[in-house]
Design a protein around this ligand. Structure first.
Ligand SMILES: *Cc1c(COP(=O)(O)O)cnc(C)c1O
Length: 677
């Protein structure tokens, strides 16, 4: 039984009291597992960023945020660490290089970045620039993404993989781009695309490099499991694949068939699934070469997962493999499929988006306030109804020394305390009984109110007393040593007392996958980690939507509805970081309630422990989000000016108040959509 908690926050038991250090904080939020090697905690409890991973250099995230705020960059703030993006790219290539060396693979690796993962110009530019030394390419899934890829990717050896639905113009554009010295590979994803490719090639007298996407039968798991199998949206079934090869042969285009592609969904949690898919694809690749296609590339798609909770399990927010395991399996499996049959091994291509782009951006938001429970025990009134007296008695029983775990405190003859100071089981039982009583009396009070026997102030006292009982039990549970067995029902008190922290962000804008697909991201305070968090809470965002919340948190292979948090301090900001959300969130984010993009900055580590702000991307202003909905800010202001004039004329508004109102309206239009004061 869990009490519904209107909006409260109060101290709750987080077992294991005693001394607390920053490393306890790191362990509590899993930072020491998922944060490696980019995020850690300083002894003073601040989240530290190592933008170059283990190659040295550290930034204090809290100090960084303060200094950025000093540059008039208000929260919520998206901080992109370009060094991390580079480091991820480097790690991916290093992993494949190692695997290739380890298995004596005769081919190479040449990855591409799926633009849909993060289309921001600075991000794609950065990847193209850093990736130049490996001829790292891009993958486009739409015409707009093709335009980005064509204009930014100027390395003649880098692959430009063209996926998605393709009309005539898309295909012709790709063919002609070859003349610009680009290397586009048009991947046939639908059976009818081959005809369009043949027609366009005839018309232009030139063909693109051609790929085929196979629909594998390997069963995937997890959220994107339906990306494979007979009913998958993309890819050719085996009969269609054979028919396509035949059509290309007849059109004289078989010699341009160079690539086999598959994609079994994002965030593959279980490496076994990948191995099956690789084997199946490896065999298909071999068959295609036997059918006379020159081939040369095997594109294993995306799916390389992220260990969001650091648990290294096959659960949804994790993976049971490392980046190196992944590269090893791709290389070894493809080699096993080709070498025994005398088929030259292909150049391996992956379209790893999430694995490259997740780590580099951190969203920092502030907490505007926290709901508070009516605290304390209300003064007794004269002649209180029985139900109130019962609640008072229950509270007194809980507070009685016999209930406490203090050694030899007396009460019921001192029998409640054991020699080593552990709270005896029967004492916990009595707390449980007291809580059952409190709940019953609270229900009685409600019934009495409904029937007209209890006044509104009396009902208020009944509720306040129930919370006081709850709090008193929670306080006692908190003094228990770690590992004490506490019944679920008493543990649930923690949720009853949990608080709502009001967050200056819109999850629909900044973390849409938490809402849409229950995605988990690490969320934690970026300071005060050297201080034991004594509250449990979840976050409510700025939108007027009850779904606008963060109420699922990582928990080592599971999730939990409440996060350990600190009580707010007067006049001091409480800063929360949302990590590993650099992939997909920005573009999937929407304008719900007209909350626009947040301010964003690109940070580079500089010499001497300093940093450099490479780019500032200002968040949408209110004027901009209004325009996105076809409203005209100038016209809007003009209408309100006229309304003010009328109010002045009728004596309802003073001229000075009118000026103040107009000033607020103008200032709001220029500000971001978030709370700035
Ligand atoms: C989305 C997508 C990707 C990227 O997947 P990640 O899991 O982010 O690496 C790659 N290829 C295709 C075809 C996709 O649709």
């Amino acid at each position: 039984m869990v009490l519904a908690n209107p909006s409260g926050t109060a101290a709750v038991p987080i077992p294991g009291s005693g001394s607390w250090s920053a490393s306890d904080g790191a362990a509590l939020y899993g930072l020491d597992r998922w944060g490696e090697p980019y995020f850690s905690v300083s002894p003073r409890g601040h989240v530290m960023v190592q933008p170059r991973g283990d190659r040295g250099g550290t930034l204090d995230l809290v100090e960084l945020v303060k200094e950025l705020q000093g540059r008039d960059l208000s929260l919520p703030l998206l901080i992109r660490f370009d060094d991390i993006l580079e480091d991820r790219l480097e790690r991916l290539h290093t992993a494949f290089e190692r695997a290739i060396a380890k298995y004596g693979y005769a081919g190479g690796y040449q990855g591409v970045f799926p633009v849909k993962c993060n289309q921001q110009r600075h991000v794609v530019e950065q990847l193209v620039e850093t990736g130049r030394r490996w001829h790292f390419g891009l993958e486009a899934g739409s015409k707009a993404e093709l335009l980005i890829a064509l204009s930014l990717l100027d390395d003649p050896d880098a692959l430009l993989i063209c996926n998605g639905y393709k009309d005539h113009r898309y295909i012709e554009t790709a063919i002609l781009a070859r003349r610009l010295g680009r290397k586009p590979v048009v991947v046939i994803e639908q059976a009818d695309e081959v005809e369009r490719i043949i027609a366009a090639s005839r018309e232009l007298g030139a063909a693109p490099l051609i790929g085929i996407r196979a629909k594998l039968s390997t069963r995937s798991t997890g959220r994107w499991g339906s990306s494979v199998g007979d009913r998958a949206k993309f890819g050719l079934s085996i009969p269609d694949l054979l028919a396509t090869v035949e059509a290309l042969r007849q059109a004289g285009l078989l010699e341009d068939l160079r690539l086999l592609h598959f994609h079994i969904g994002s965030q593959i949690n279980d490496i076994a699934v990948l191995k099956d898919a690789l084997q199946e694809a490896g065999q298909i690749y071999g068959e295609l070469t036997r059918l006379g296609a020159p081939m040369g590339y095997l594109d294993v798609g995306g799916g390389l997962g992220i260990d969001y909770d650091g648990s290294r399990t096959a659960s949804a927010a994790s993976t049971n493999y490392s980046l190196q395991n992944y590269a090893n399996d791709v290389v070894a499996t493809v080699r096993e499929c080709c070498e025994p049959h005398g088929i030259p091994v292909p150049t391996l291509v992956s379209e790893s988006g999430r694995a490259i782009a997740s780590h580099f951006s951190v969203l920092v938001f502030d907490v505007l306030g926290a709901g508070a429970l009516p605290g304390g025990v209300p003064q007794p009134a004269e002649q209180e109804p029985l139900v109130l007296r019962n609640l008072r008695d229950t509270h007194a029983t809980i507070m009685a020394p016999g209930h406490r775990g203090e050694g030899g405190a007396g009460g019921a003859g001192g029998a409640d305390s054991s020699e080593n100071g552990q709270i005896p089981a029967h004492s916990i039982e009595r707390l449980q009984e007291a809580w059952n009583d409190a709940l019953k009396f609270k229900d009685d009070a409600l019934a009495a109110f409904r029937l007209g026997y209890l006044s509104l102030p009396e009902r208020a006292r009944a509720e306040q007393l129930t919370w006081a009982c709850c709090q008193a039990i929670a306080n006692q549970l908190e003094t228990l040593p770690a590992g004490t067995a506490i019944p679920d029902e008493l543990l649930a008190l923690a949720s009853a007392l949990a608080g709502t922290y009001y967050a200056n962000l819109s999850v629909f804008r900044s973390a849409p996958d938490t809402w849409a697909i229950d995605q988990l991201f690490p969320v934690l305070p970026i300071h005060r980690l050297d201080e034991k968090p004594t509250r449990l809470g979840s976050f409510a965002d700025l939108t007027c939507d009850s779904d606008g919340k963060l109420a699922r948190f990582i928990d080592r292979g599971h999730s939990k509805p409440l996060l350990e948090l600190h009580p707010l301090r007067q006049g001091e900001p409480y800063l929360i970081g949302l990590f590993l959300a650099g992939a997909y969130q920005e573009v999937m984010g929407n304008l719900h309630n007209l909350f626009g993009t947040t301010n964003a900055v690109h940070i580079r580590l500089a010499d001497g422990g300093r940093y450099q702000v490479d780019h500032v991307v200002r968040g949408d202003t209110n004027a901009e989000v209004l325009q996105a909905m076809e409203h005209d800010p100038a016209q809007l202001l003009e209408r309100l000016r006229l309304a003010s004039e009328n109010a002045i004329a009728s004596g309802d508004l003073s001229i000075s108040d009118s000026r103040r109102l107009m000033a607020h309206l103008k200032a709001s239009l220029e500000q971001t959509t978030y709370l700035e004061g």
